[in-house]
Design a protein around this ligand. Structure first.
Ligand code: XMP
Length: 328
């Protein structure tokens, strides 16, 4: 297999089955070994589908010569950093550097309410943390990226939300992009064949800035926890009720205002949680999922009981357009 150029080879068969994914994996492993030899490869491993599949493929090809860096910026969903460590360090025996950068990101974001400014800070800080880790390592010659074919088709070969594109010139490693000719569904089939867990391979899309754009306005730790905990309940209930994999994207949002309520016979002044669940093909337009009313009531009860600081739950009925999928 030849990963040069930016056009998917016509001879490349569609990867839909176990056997087609095995032949892709074998060819990709051979191509990676040929490209990097005994060299070391660095990878920013977020735990998203693309970076996880790249990691699994490179572990198969070059083992410990792959160095994965997982940056926990504090804006990941509940359980995600732990799962990255469990799957890659403990189960796949990967060379994984885990960076706890939670305070660093939240300190930088404190008081910043403009959504684009928040995105810029998260992206820039990510590059800085990754760069610092890269500088501590010796002998790295390559940078692996989870670029997939739609990234090439849609944005001239630059992974639109990939944060590691901005490394300084003296750290310009040679790129290893083994998924660059694959469509998303093919990436999932390959990930499954490489032994990654279903909840990693079939997960819903998750924005680069993570929960940061769902904790509206200036991010505070208490509201961020409200987003994380309510999102975990929503995901758990969708999974238990057969909606995982059926609904394209679902999450919760916590605005930066409080409303009045009553708790234990006293007036409460707490945050609302908004539930969003949408279906779409390409994220350009979206429809709202028709969730059974009793399931919505059950999720509401759980959020009100289990998430500290929340006294109201709403369901967002807005299609795209007029609303966007995210709130920021
Ligand atoms: P909107 O809100 O524009 O979202 O309707 C469309 C899709 O894009 C995702 N999204 C992002 N993904 N970085 C990302 O990587 C971002 O800053 C970002 N903003 C929105 C959103 O989750 C949805 O799937």
């Amino acid at each position: 297999m030849d990963f040069s150029g930016n056009v998917r080879p016509l001879s490349m068969e569609r990867i839909a089955t176990e056997s087609s994914s095995m032949s892709f994996i074998n060819e990709a492993v051979e191509a990676i070994r040929k490209q990097v030899g005994d060299g070391k490869v660095l990878l920013a491993l977020s735990g998203g589908v693309d970076s996880s599949v790249v990691a699994a493929l490179l572990i198969k090809a070059i083992g410990k010569n792959l160095v994965c860096v997982h940056v926990n910026h504090g804006l990941l969903r509940k359980g995600e950093p732990e799962q990255v460590v469990q799957v890659f360090r403990h189960e796949m025996d990967a060379n994984l550097i885990y960076v706890d950068a939670v305070d660093r990101f939240l300190d930088k974001l404190a008081g910043v309410s403009d959504p684009e400014q928040k995105r810029k800070i998260i992206g820039a800080e990510f590059i800085r943390v990754f760069e610092e880790e890269a500088r501590k390592l010796d002998g790295i010659g390559f940078l692996a990226q989870g670029t997939i074919y739609p990234d090439i088709l849609e944005s001239d070969g630059v992974k639109a939300h990939h944060n590691v594109g901005g490394l300084p010139d003296d750290l310009k490693f040679k790129l290893v992009e083994p998924l660059k000719f694959l469509y998303k569904d093919e990436v999932r089939v390959v990930g499954k064949a490489l032994g990654l867990p279903d909840n990693m391979v079939y997960r819903q899309p998750f924005p680069g800035p993570g929960l940061g754009v769902r904790c509206l306005g200036a991010i505070t730790r208490d509201r961020l926890e409200c987003v994380r905990e309510s999102d975990a309940i929503l995901r758990e209930e969708f999974a238990a009720n057969g909606l995982e994999g059926k609904v394209w994207q679902y999450f919760t949002i916590v605005p930066d205002f409080k409303s009045v309520g009553v708790r234990d016979g006293k007036r409460s002044f707490e945050y609302p949680v908004i539930i969003r669940a949408v279906n779409t093909k390409d994220a350009m337009t979206a429809t709202v999922e028709d969730i059974p009313f009793n399931l919505l009531s059950h999720i509401t009860d759980r959020i009100l009981k289990e998430v500290k600081g929340v006294n109201r739950v709403c369901y967002d009925m807005t299609p795209k357009p007029v609303g966007t999928i995210e709130w920021e």
